[in-house]
Design a protein around this ligand. Sequence first.
Ligand SMILES: [Mg+2]
Length: 182
Amino acid sequence: MSKKIIAIDMDDTICHLIPKAIHYHNIMYPDLPLTLEQIVSFDLSGIWHPACTDDLFFGRPGLYEELDIFDEYTVEEIRRMTADYDVIIVTAARPSSVAEKWRWLQRHLPFIPFENFFVAKRKYLLGFDLLIDDGPHNILAARDTGKQTILIPRPWNAGIQQDFVLKDSWKGMNELVRSMLG
Ligand SMILES: [Mg+2]
């Protein structure tokens, strides 16, 4: 029997994108500093500095290579997961950041092979069994297509947290996955 497929998001699921992007935003625009708690949706155009753009905030060269790992348990939990499940990494990367993201994965999770690295915005089109993600649009679409989900609780998904299984640390993630998938 083939292994069940676990799809794992990158940004703000296994690494911290938004805190680092905020850090650089606040260096560029010290007169209008952002905080994580302000990020209550993926549309940041109303809250970042008027001179900021999508490219400046999310497209800073090198940004995706310097992101911190989510927590001290992330690597070991994903490594253990690969023994029992087919673990794929699925990220809605902008084209210019794909190479940076692959290099980050090679450095932090070198046991993830290239064929398990998926760049996809419409993640629901993939045939995974369970999705671990912080993006409300991804989690909602996965549920609507009959998939299991684990939501990483962040300020931008507060509105749907009551409807989903939450996990704010990677500690014990394998046990949770096993309890959901059998
Ligand atoms: Mg994400």
